[in-house]
Design a protein around this ligand. Sequence first.
Ligand code: NAP
Length: 490
Amino acid sequence: MHNLNDPQLLKSFSYINGSWHSSASDIAVNNPATGKLVAKVSNAGIAETELAVQAAKAAFKAWSAKSANERSALLRTWFNLMMANQEDLGRILTLEQGKPLAEAKGEIAYGAAFIEWFAEEGKRVYGDTIPAPSGDKRIVVIKQPIGVVAAITPWNFPNAMIARKAAAALASGCTFVVRPATQTPLSALAMAELAERAGIPAGVFNVVVGDDARGMGKVLTEHEDVAKFTFTGSTGVGKSLISQCASTVKKVSMELGGNAPFIVFDDADIDAAVAGALVSKYRNAGQTCVCTNRILVQEGALVQFTEKFVAAVKDLVLGNGLDEGVTIGPMISAQAVGDVKRLIDDSINQGAQLALGEDDSKLGDSKLGDSFLAPTILTGVTNDMSIAHNEIFGPVSPIISFKTEAEAIAIANDTEFGLASYFYSRDIGRIWRVAEGLDFGMVGINEGLISNAAAPFGGMKQSGNGREGSKYGLDDYLEIKYLCMGGLDQ
Ligand code: NAP
């Protein structure tokens, strides 16, 4: 079914304490490109979430007692299995999420890279010795796994958003419960199947699938046995989950929404800027938190950039992600298309012009359904329009022109978000000034694709807190413990 080399990767049940749990009702997982049923998955709820937390609690003692090397070997096996099954995992991802198969396989490699990275980084959880203020004492700092980690993840990266968290948690010695997005549970369950094959012990990695987001979320955020909660999703939901975590004072990390500026200065390499904007905007049909949300172009480069960008975007091929040659897939749902269309209409009503839209794009298939939105470019956008202040989360580029460097920085920072930002310039002084002036956790300089396992991914302001990946990524899963040894005088 679905042309998988290994049909066993398509699972229908939650994975709790090393076994597959069925429930009384099902969730239908539909292909956003066709609307057709991909699979039915058992609809777990509060009781199963509680079971998963208990399983993770029970597994914590033995898992945290393993040596870093032992955990590393198991994580590496998990990584190897993900890469060996990249084709199938990519296919499952495209079927439930919509992104083109090449992009889906790229997400599998990206997610797996975090497992490989933390398999190594887990061996380097170093402590400190600190000179004590008096001679009869010694100060030693050790780091220990925090305990049971609970996670809630979104549909836009059904594999990688889980891998980034689970790899760091497991490498630190924590056990893990994730509730994936209702629309995309299959990639999470395939990861569980491979974790089991890798020999990761029962209870260490649990996946509970269910459509009661609120009820299951309450268990994961309010449970006394959960020490840490980590979330990737919208800022609105993130805020309410932070407040739920307050009742048990959990350690919390949040990867939330973004409103990335992409600034093109007069001195930029325009062709490079066009290529960077294309990948940072239209990847995943514009549905990533680091997607360019506003393109700011200095007046001297405006005509040239816009012409070249429109020509490049026109070449994208919209269609079913499993079809050959398709470079941009559907959005997650017809409702998501409606939301983005409203932003386009608002912008036009507020004075923007449609430089590229439905009538211009190369459609891979003339009978595309209502989950598809053609790549769109709006010119004449100004910073007071609603599109400049909303996370678009769709394939639309609003172009705003500016005169000076200071004006560009001011417009870029005029948002409550602070996740990714990008700018193109060849002036070394400007590069430092702008990089330091942007209030964003990540800055792409002459680069539109910035995410990788070695780099700290995360946001400032209302885009969240904590960092995923890199040497900093373990910190969110570790407690710092200070040991004071006294009475050392003879
Ligand atoms: P969302 O609506 O916040 O949903 C994210 C997850 O939270 C889903 O699993 C959802 O479950 C669950 N959820 C929703 N309401 C909940 C509640 N009241 N209690 C507990 N859980 C709840 O976000 P989305 O639309 O799926 O994802 C898009 C957002 O994620 C964008 O804002 C994007 O920028 C952000 N994002 C951020 C990053 C980052 O690293 N900073 C990465 C990717 C995405 P259901 O599936 O059942 O609704």
